[in-house]
Design a protein around this ligand. Structure first.
Ligand SMILES: O=c1ccn([C@@H]2O[C@H](COP(=O)(O)O)[C@@H](O)[C@H]2O)c(=O)[nH]1
Ligand code: ZN
Ligand code: ZN
Length: 632
């Protein structure tokens, strides 16, 4: 994952295939082993299931069965849980906090991105949603949200500080609604907002209003002064931990607290791609629920009564655990909370809904239909097309940056070899990319069209300044990495808690290959603490629904490079071509100095040669050994 793609990445070490084969033979319940969830969820008066930063992973993780559920399975799960909540007499909301694009072929092999995944999203009965920065980089994508996504959701799609230029009115308008005041099925009166952090990398068709300005706007002041609000909900593509630089939740929380000293304020965040739960004050907590359909966040709270709310449901739902923890040890507030981070697999979904692992009774037709749509889309888009065989597994942060098994070691070679212009083929060249542009690890075995997007999903154009003095070109990487952090990659430079990691339990890749686009089965394993997420948050270390062992984590720089055609005789060339993705143009120019200006920058090959286009030729040129039966 990675705010910024990687530093908070948790794509654990991958060479566990033998281990996985072993555990796949074991059945849940086998003696002496434990795997999967072991504790039922705590249900309160108010419960929430939270997704964020799904980034197109609606097909699930075909190579990591611990995250192997697909969107259809989640549709089924939410239906079960809504029924459960109804039977218990409590409220359950389903929410999402944005970043729907940029991460897999399913979302990014279409133009514009998200054409199919947006429709799959609509299959889920969300109560509230909000927008992410990935919906705002490219104008076409923002207009797609405006013209065919927000209108589907109506007043459930909240964009309190994001506007878009509407050509038919000639004005900037809110993409969705600024806020929503509603009453839940069991009488809770809620005022909800959807607040994007102060993002500045958006295209000029949209405007992001800074939180400091938003809280002064009349509509916001009116909303927070509304009478009869039992709880404020702050959804946001915004880091949940309000003390983390870049999060604007703190500012909004404080603005509400000024006028509502006691009303609960519950926050659901995202963007930094981690599992986290923060206590803000005695009546306010914040949940962040990972990324990439690896994590489903569960939140519950109780403490509502007739003195502080209109709640009409059941106070302590029976036959289940209930939340018991106050936000702080000294809290005098009536509210108690629980949170849980669920691994995204059917085993988990079954355990928490029907209480047994039985496919036949779990599945609903609605979910199966979505699964079948995903299979169809994958076939249509040819996402299973095989390009080559990855000879080993390469991660971004589970080994040191310079390790031969680090993905950037391989991708540095790929930049040198495959970011190429035949007309400049013999020129000395330095090719630069931000590590945040690389979004996932490479697994030993088949490399498909889908993997091309999974590793490098952005359509960032390769640009060049030809014939830059060699001393400048050769010092550029160091300058970029140490001469100040790119603003756009600001989150990648933040110290993100390293208590999260992806479970690398990998399906046998021969199986993936053999079955092509067919959906793989689900987690049916029993193991003792496989590597994966080990989260520590403000409530301690018991948030992960499935216990895992920690995966090592090494920090990585913000940029990496590929170099080609250096003289072999040790001489120093006079000049070199500098090549880079458009996403980092400002920083490259800033380092090169005032002698270099934007008008000197041109596409390296053409506007159509982007960061989506160099891995395929590299894999085809370098990794044909073992085809078509890739060894694993
Ligand atoms: O065109 C692009 C757009 C984004 N990036 C990288 O993505 C992160 C932001 O991702 P989040 O999921 O919102 O954390 C940005 O910092 C860049 O590292 C890119 O490389 N190219
Ligand atoms: Zn994201
Ligand atoms: Zn984001």
């Amino acid at each position: 994952c990675g705010a910024a793609g990687h530093t908070d990445s948790c794509y654990g070490p991958i060479n566990h295939i033998e281990h996985v084969r072993h555990v796949k033979r074991m059945q849940p319940g086998a003696q002496g082993a434990s795997y999967g969830p072991t504790r039922p969820l705590e249900w309160g008066q108010f419960n929430v299931m939270h997704t964020t930063d799904t980034h197109g992973w609606l097909e699930g993780h075909l190579k990591e069965k611990n995250y192997g559920a697909d969107w259809g399975d989640y549709v089924t799960f939410t239906n079960h849980m809504k029924h459960k909540a109804g039977n218990m007499g409590v409220d359950l909301l389903i929410v999402d906090t944005g970043d729907l694009h940029d991460g897999t072929g399913l979302s990014d092999a279409t133009n514009p991105d998200g054409e199919l995944t947006n429709d799959l999203f609509k299959e889920l009965d969300y109560d509230l949603l909000t927008i992410g920065n990935h919906e705002l980089y490219v104008s076409d994508v923002s207009y797609q949200v405006f013209n065919s996504f927000q209108n589907y959701w109506g007043d459930k799609y909240l964009t309190s500080n994001v506007q878009i230029f509407n050509p038919s009115t000639n004005e900037y308008e809110y993409i969705g609604k600024t806020h929503k005041y509603f009453t839940t099925a069991h009488g809770l009166r809620i005022m909800a907002f959807g607040i994007l952090y102060d993002f500045t990398g958006n295209s000029n068709s949209t405007k992001v209003i800074k939180a400091a300005q938003m809280v002064q706007q009349q509509w916001f002041q009116d909303a927070i002064n509304t009478k009869d609000v039992d709880m404020f909900l702050l959804l946001g593509h915004n880091i949940a931990r309000t003390t983390t630089g870049g999060s604007t939740f703190g500012l909004v929380h404080d603005a509400i607290r000024k006028v509502q000293p006691k009303t609960p304020i519950q926050i659901f965040g995202g963007h930094s791609h981690i599992r986290d739960f923060a206590v803000i004050d005695e009546s306010s907590t914040a949940l962040e629920s990972g990324c990439y359909c690896e994590t489903l966040g569960w939140f519950s709270m109780s403490g509502f009564d007739k003195t502080n709310s209109g709640f009409t449901g059941v106070k302590n739902p029976h036959g289940v655990s209930n939340p018991t923890r106050k936000a702080t040890t000294t809290s005098t507030s009536p509210f108690v909370y629980s949170r849980r981070y669920l691994d995204w697999n059917r085993y988990t979904f079954e355990y928490h809904s029907i209480g047994k692992q039985d496919d036949a009774s779990f599945d609903y037709h609605s979910g199966e239909r979505v699964t079948s749509d995903i299979t169809g889309y994958r076939t249509e888009l040819k996402l299973g097309e095989l390009y080559g065989c990855v000879p080993d597994s390469y991660c971004s942060t589970c080994v040191p940056f310079t390790d031969p098994k680090n993905i950037f070691t391989v991708l540095s070679d790929a930049l040198a070899v495959s970011v190429t212009n035949p007309a400049r083929a013999d020129k000395v060249k330095y090719v630069f990319c931000n590590t945040g542009g690389i979004r996932y690890d490479l697994f030993k075995g088949p490399f498909t069209y889908d993997d091309n997007f999974i590793v490098s999903p952005f359509r960032d154009v390769w640009l060049t300044i030809p014939d830059v003095p060699f001393n400048l070109a050769s010092a550029l990487l160091n300058g970029l990495n140490h001469g100040g952090v790119s603003k756009r990659d600001i989150f990648s430079a933040m110290p993100i808690p390293r208590d999260v990691c992806v479970d690398p339990m990998t399906a046998p890749l021969s199986e993936i290959k053999a079955r092509g686009d067919e959906r793989l089965g689900t987690s049916r394993r029993q193991v003792t603490e496989t590597p994966g997420f080990t989260t520590k948050d403000d409530f301690g270390t018991d948030g992960d629904d499935t216990a895992h062992a920690t995966v090592p984590h090494y920090s990585i720089p913000n940029y990496f490079q590929g170099v080609a055609n250096l003289p072999t005789d040790g001489s120093t060339p006079a000049v070199a071509d500098v090549v880079f993705v458009d996403f980092i143009q400002d920083y490259v120019l800033a380092f090169l100095g005032s002698a270099f200006t934007a008008d000197m920058v041109k596409p390296y090959v053409s506007e159509n040669f982007t960061s989506q286009d160099y891995l395929e030729p590299y894999v085809k040129a370098k990794w044909q050994a073992g085809m078509p039966n890739c060894p694993i």
